[in-house]
Design a protein around this ligand. Structure first.
Ligand SMILES: [Zn+2]
Length: 213
């Protein structure tokens, strides 16, 4: 689990999804009552296993590791408390998703690549980074979805696995970029809820799964 977190943290750095040391990733521990999170202020590319920090979901206290955890511990811990189905979280200041957060506009389904994440990415009200208020606003707006924009701040995605949550972040960022570019020319069409539901059903059979008996 820590190795997966480390591998995706390195990928996060390579993909340049968030500038500098911004953004953070976590996975829920098998015990269900704690999570492993990236440390505060250390470049993702140079992270090693010893830099990862384990935090208790209820108390938000560090129970393993020597580093100071990410400043967004309240955001991660409240998400794990309120969403028992969530086992991994990605938070990024990815450029195009963040642009929509500053405009108070959700990222809409201008492309079916958003389908696994949801019909659109909703927007949480603004609160200062690292605060409990931000955690509250984010989890309220997230509801049962896979992603939420944090107003004038960035993006959070959640899933059952870290590779899935990471893929959601890449998908949202790509659709946000497409949406942004389309808006330079006009107002793009948005796929309907019915069509997005159809795409989700198709995606369940996509790839090699459709050819195996
Ligand atoms: Zn942030």
């Amino acid at each position: 689990m820590r190795e997966t977190l480390l591998a995706i943290a390195h990928q996060f750095s390579q993909d340049q999804l968030s500038p500098g040391t911004t953004g953070n990733l976590s996975v829920r521990d098998e015990d269900g009552r704690s999570f492993w999170i990236t440390p505060s202020g250390i470049p993702f590319a140079s992270l090693s296993l010893d830099d990862l920090v384990r935090v208790d979901v209820e108390s938000t206290r560090v129970i393993d590791g020597t580093r100071a955890p990410s400043t967004e511990v309240p955001l991660h811990s409240m998400t794990y408390q309120r969403r028992t189905d969530v086992h991994a979280i990605v938070h990024a200041h990815s450029l195009y998703a963040t642009i929509f957060s500053t405009l108070n506009r959700p990222v809409k389904a201008v492309h079916y690549q958003l389908a696994r994440v949801g019909d659109e990415v909703p927007l949480a009200d603004y609160a200062t980074y690292g605060s409990k208020e931000l955690a509250n606003q984010a989890t309220n707006a997230l509801g049962n979805g896979g992603a939420v924009l944090l107003k004038n701040h960035g993006l959070m995605t959640v899933a059952a696995t870290l590779s899935e949550a990471y893929q959601y972040a890449l998908d949202v960022e790509w659709v946000a970029k497409l949406y942004f570019m389309a808006l330079q020319i006009g107002e793009p069409d948005v796929l309907t809820h019915d069509e997005m539901a159809r795409v989700r059903r198709e995606l369940d059979h996509y790839g090699q799964s459709s050819v195996t008996p």
